[in-house]
Design a binder for this molecule. Structure first.
Ligand code: ATP
Length: 520
C-alpha cells in the first residue's frame, strides 16, 4: 500500500521551550512553528518573553528545556554564528553597522576573508536588492544612510548569509509610513520566495497587514495562535492582555491658550560638529500637546536635550515667563520632566534596584531623605506604589533594573518622571516598545497632566500616536521645525512626505490649506 502523502515538516518548530531566570519563567513550555513561505507575528505584552525566545532562536541563550527543529531536524544553536550557518537571520531593532564604512565594506566584514571578497559582495548586493526591491547603494557610507536604508542593509546581510528563517524585531519602529509600506512589500516577496519570517511588533494594524498567523505570548506561555484572516485589532488585543482594549481617539481638552514655553532662535551643534538645530522657534501652551515628527537624526533629540539642560545651545527659552537655564537637575526642580530617548543608558542606572531607580530624582530630599540619611522605608513604599500603578513586571522592587524587559524599564522611567507635578513634559518616544495596555496608560497619564495645566512636547516616530494625542504637530527636517500645524490640517501621509523632505507647498491639498495651514 502506498502511504498517504504526509505534509512536509515546518521550516522551524520550537517544542516545549522553557527558559528560567531568577524569579521568573521567561518562556514556559513554548510550542511554536513557522511554515515555509509564511509570516508569523509574535505578539505579547512587555515582559511576555518575546526577546528571550528570539535570543534562544538566535543562539544568544540556551533553553533550559525543549528543542528547536529546522525542517524536521533537531538542532543545537550554540551561538549567533551557528544560527547563521543554520540559515537563521536576525534583523535587529537597532542596526549593527560601522558608520564610517560603506555598505559593501560592512557586508564583506561579516563574512571573514576569502568567502566574500568585497567586489563579489557588491555584485551580490545588487542582485539581492533587485530581486527583492531592497534599494541600497553599495558604495554609500553608512553614516549617510537613513534608518530605513540601514535596515535594508541588515536584511541584505541576513540574505547574504543564506537566511531561510528571518527574524524581524520591531522593524517598523524607526520607519516612516512610506518606508514601512516598502518593508511590507519586501517581506511579502521574501515569503513568496519560500522563506519563513518571524515578525515582532506592538502595532496590531501592521500585524494584520503583513502576517499570515499570530502566536500570542502572555507571561511566558503561548495563550493563542490565530490566523490573521478574520482577526481584528480588538480580538488580537484581547488575546494579548486578556481583556478588551479601547482604541478610540484620546486627545484631551484643548489648552487654555496661555503660553507656557517660549523658544526662540535655538541654534545648536550636533555630535559631529554639524548644526543640529538651525534657528528653531515655537510656543507651547499650557495644557497643550505639541507633537514633533521627524526621521531620527533631524535634530529632535538635540531639541529635547537642549530644553532638558543636557546640551548647549544659543537662543532664548522661557518657561512661565522666566528664562529656563541651568543643568538637568535644576530644570527638573523648575518643573521640567524628561522621558529620554535612550532609556536604558540615560534613563536608569542598570545596576541599581527598581526602588533606587524610582527614587533617583529625589533620594536626597524629603520625603525620601532625612538630613543626610535616606529613608529606605519611604523609598520602598514609593517604589511599591509606582510599580503597582504602572504595572511594572518585576520579580521585586529590589531587583536590579537591568534584569527588566525593555518595556518595563520604560514604565519605570515614566513612573519616576511623572511622579511630581511637572509643568513641562519632554517626552521622547514615550511608548516606544510598550505594549498596547501600557501605551494606553501612558497616553492617559500624559493627558491627565495636560488637564492639570502641564504642556507636553511629544517627540515620536509613531505618527498614529502623534495624531491621536497632539493639538499641533511640527516636523523636524535638517534641524529646522516646519509648522507647527493644527492636527486637523495634517494626515499620516502628508507628515510622512514632509519628514522625507517634501516642501509643504508641494503636497497634495496644500493649495486648499489642508497640509500647510501654518505656512500658507
Ligand atoms: N537576563 C535576564 N535575567 C533575568 N531576567 C530576565 C532576563 N532577560 C529577561 N528577563 C525577564 O524575563 C521576562 C521576559 O522578558 P523578555 O525581554 O523576553 O520580554 P519581551 O516580551 O521581549 O518584553 P518587551 O516587549 O518589553 O521587550 C521578563 O520578566 C524579564 O524581566
Amino acid at each position: 500500500m502506498i502511504p498517504p502523502p504526509s505534509a512536509p515538516p515546518p521550516a522551524l518548530h520550537l517544542r516545549g521551550i522553557t527558559k528560567r531566570f531568577p524569579g521568573v519563567v521567561a518562556n514556559d513550555r513554548v510550542d511554536l512553528s513557522v511554515g515555509r513561505g509564511e509570516v508569523l507575528a509574535l505578539l505579547g505584552e512587555n515582559g511576555a518573553g518575546k526577546s528571550t525566545l528570539i535570543s534562544i532562536l538566535y543562539g544568544l541563550y540556551q533553553p533550559d528545556e525543549g528543542t528547536v527543529e529546522l525542517a524536521g531536524r533537531p538542532v543545537r544553536i550554540g551561538s549567533p554564528a551557528q544560527a547563521r550557518t543554520l540559515g537563521i537571520g536576525l534583523v535587529p531593532q537597532h542596526p549593527l553597522l560601522v558608520s564610517r564604512h560603506t555598505v559593501a565594506e560592512n557586508l564583506a566584514l561579516g563574512f571573514g576573508s576569502g568567502l566574500f571578497p568585497a567586489r563579489g559582495v557588491t555584485a551580490r548586493i545588487r542582485e539581492l536588492s533587485q530581486q527583492y526591491g531592497l534599494e541600497v547603494d553599495a558604495s554609500a557610507r553608512v553614516s549617510d544612510l537613513s534608518p530605513g536604508e540601514k535596515q535594508r542593509v541588515e536584511i541584505i546581510r541576513a540574505l547574504l548569509g543564506g537566511a531561510q528563517v528571518l527574524i524581524l524585531d520591531e522593524p517598523t519602529s524607526v520607519l516612516t509610513p512610506q518606508e514601512a509600506g516598502s518593508l511590507f512589500r519586501v517581506m511579502r516577496d521574501l515569503r513568496a520566495d519560500g522563506r519563513s519570517l518571524i515578525f515582532i511588533s506592538h502595532k496590531l494594524d501592521e500585524v494584520l497587514a503583513v502576517a499570515d498567523r499570530v502566536t500570542v505570548l502572555r507571561r511566558g506561555k503561548v495563550v493563542g495562535e490565530v490566523p490573521t484572516l478574520g482577526a481584528t485589532r480588538e480580538s488580537l488585543a484581547e488575546l494579548m492582555v486578556g481583556r478588551s482594549v479601547d482604541f478610540t481617539r484620546k486627545r484631551g481638552a484643548p489648552g487654555t491658550g496661555d503660553v507656557l514655553l517660549q523658544v526662540h532662535g535655538l541654534q545648536a551643534s550636533g555630535s559631529r560638529g554639524l548644526p543640529a538645530l538651525r534657528g528653531v522657534s515655537f510656543e507651547l501652551g499650557r495644557g497643550e500637546v505639541l507633537g514633533v515628527a521627524g526621521i531620527a537624526g533631524n535634530g529632535q533629540s538635540e531639541l529635547v536635550e537642549v530644553l532638558a539642560g543636557l546640551h548647549g545651545a544659543t537662543g532664548e527659552v522661557t518657561l512661565d515667563g522666566r528664562p529656563l537655564s541651568g543643568g538637568a537637575q535644576e530644570r527638573f526642580r523648575a518643573g521640567v520632566a524628561h522621558i529620554p530617548e535612550d532609556r536604558i543608558h540615560s534613563g536608569t542606572v542598570p545596576s541599581m534596584t527598581v526602588a533606587e531607580n524610582v527614587a533617583l530624582r529625589g533620594y536626597d530630599r524629603p520625603p525620601l531623605a532625612r538630613g543626610l540619611s535616606r529613608d529606605l522605608k519611604r523609598t520602598d513604599e514609593l517604589a511599591r506604589r509606582e510599580v503597582e500603578a504602572y504595572a511594572v513586571s518585576t520579580p521585586g522592587i529590589h531587583t536590579p533594573s537591568r534584569l527588566l524587559s525593555g518595556g518595563n524599564i520604560q514604565k519605570l522611567i515614566l513612573a519616576r518622571e511623572l511622579a511630581g507635578e511637572p509643568k513641562l513634559i519632554l517626552a521622547v518616544h514615550p511608548t516606544y516598545g510598550l505594549d498596547i495596555g501600557a501605551t494606553d496608560q501612558v497616553h492617559r497619564v500624559l493627558l491627565e497632566r495636560t488637564t492639570a495645566g502641564a504642556g507636553v512636547l511629544l517627540v515620536s516616530e509613531d505618527l498614529d500616536e502623534l495624531l491621536s494625542l497632539s493639538d499641533r504637530i511640527g516636523v523636524m527636517v535638517g534641524g529646522s521645525l516646519l509648522g507647527p500645524f493644527p492636527v486637523g490640517e495634517v494626515t499620516r501621509e502628508s507628515l510622512g512626505l514632509l519628514m522625507g523632505g517634501a516642501h509643504p507647498h508641494s503636497l497634495p491639498g496644500a493649495d486648499q490649506g489642508v497640509v500647510a495651514g501654518g505656512l500658507a
